[in-house]
Design a protein around this ligand. Structure first.
Ligand code: SF4
Length: 149
C-alpha cells in the first residue's frame, strides 16, 4: 500500500515540478544576468556621464577654488588657525559641504572658532584651516568648534 501511494504521487507531481523548477531556474538566471548587466551599465554611466562631471564633483567637495591656495590670498594658503592647526590647501571642505553662512548662528561665529585664521591683509576677512575660500569673522559653519585658548 505504501508503494502504491508513493509511485503515483511521484509521477503526478515530480515531472511538472521539475520542469517548472528548470523554467524558474532559467528565468532566475536570465534575470540575474539582466540585473548585473544593468548595474554594470549604470556604474559605467555614472563614471563617464558628463565628460568632466566626476572631476567637477571632486573639486567641489574638496576645494572650492581651482587655484593652489584653496580660494584665498597666498598669505593664508598654509597659515595656522587660532588653535595652531595648519591649513592644507589640498585638504579642505567646500563651503557648501559644511553649510557655511556669512552670519553667526546662536552666538557662534568664525572669529571664536578654533579653525579661524584671522585677517592678514586688512580687508576684514580671514580664512579657515579646514574650509576653502575666504571666511568672514562673523560667519559660521557646521564644523564650528569653540576656541578656548
Ligand atoms: S565656523 Fe567653520 S568656517 Fe568658520 S572658522 Fe570654524 S570651521 Fe572654519
Amino acid at each position: 500500500m505504501a508503494d502504491d501511494e508513493r509511485t503515483p504521487r511521484r509521477d503526478a507531481t515530480d515531472r511538472p515540478t521539475r520542469s517548472r523548477d528548470i523554467r524558474d531556474a532559467g528565468r532566475t538566471r536570465r534575470r540575474f544576468i539582466w540585473l548585473t548587466g544593468t548595474a554594470a551599465m549604470a556604474g559605467l554611466a555614472g563614471c563617464s556621464g558628463g565628460g568632466g562631471g566626476a572631476a567637477e564633483t571632486t573639486t567641489a567637495t574638496t576645494t572650492e577654488s581651482s587655484d593652489s591656495t584653496g580660494g584665498v590670498p597666498a598669505e593664508y594658503a598654509t597659515a595656522t588657525s587660532l588653535d595652531g592647526t595648519q591649513r592644507n590647501p589640498d585638504s579642505l571642505s567646500s563651503q557648501e559641504a559644511v553649510s557655511y553662512q556669512d552670519q553667526p548662528s546662536g552666538g557662534r561665529q568664525c572669529s571664536t572658532c578654533r579653525y579661524y585664521i584671522e585677517d592678514k591683509n586688512g580687508d576684514g576677512v580671514g580664512a579657515c584651516a579646514i574650509v576653502a575660500g575666504e571666511i568672514a569673522p562673523e560667519g559660521y559653519c557646521v564644523s564650528y568648534v569653540e576656541y578656548e585658548g
